[in-house]
Design a protein around this ligand. Structure first.
Ligand code: DQA
Length: 148
């Protein structure tokens, strides 16, 4: 794919998971919206969700060889814990935008640090499912494929 969207642990439960914080959209809803929008811009977008840190590292490593030009990543809880996922993104050197549905800075102190923000092109957080859409628009702009 030209754009790879990564979703970390527990995001498979979106829609039913703490909807007051994360909203009612399911992950399938979000992925479908992103794929459609990218398609309109002539860009192939693939999505990947895992609850497993090693599987996330493997998928990021594979992105080096599969034509991925840009990554949109919601590392979820890995945001605050995973040096391994951070190192994988650094290793492949593919530019990425960090995304969060909620605004981690308005939540518990342990969510205020991210292993990803300093290496990211930018971070979009706090807009629910729209956070992903804004990130996609930014990625399409970067790739020179912004939709009308
Ligand atoms: C999250 C915020 C993280 O702190 C949390 O662990 C998540 C989701 C978000 O999208 O708001 O699982 O990344």
């Amino acid at each position: 794919p030209s754009i790879l969207v990564l979703h970390g642990p527990n995001l498979n439960l979106l829609g039913s998971r703490e909807p007051g914080i994360y909203g009612h959209a399911t992950l399938a809803d979000i992925d479908e919206q992103l794929r459609t929008r990218a398609e309109q811009a002539g860009i192939v977008l693939e999505t990947f969700q895992t609850n497993h840190e090693g599987a996330m590292v493997d998928r990021i490593q594979a992105a080096r060889a599969d034509g991925t030009a840009f990554i949109i990543a919601n590392p979820a809880a890995f945001t605050h814990t995973s040096v391994a996922m951070r190192d994988a993104l650094a290793a492949v050197g593919i530019p990425y935008i960090e995304v969060h549905l909620s605004n981690p800075h308005s939540r518990e102190p342990f969510r205020h640090t991210s292993y990803f923000s300093d290496l990211a092109v930018g971070t979009i957080a706090g807009f629910g499912a729209d956070s992903y859409r804004y990130a996609l628009d930014a990625a399409l702009n970067r790739l020179g494929s912004a939709p009308d």
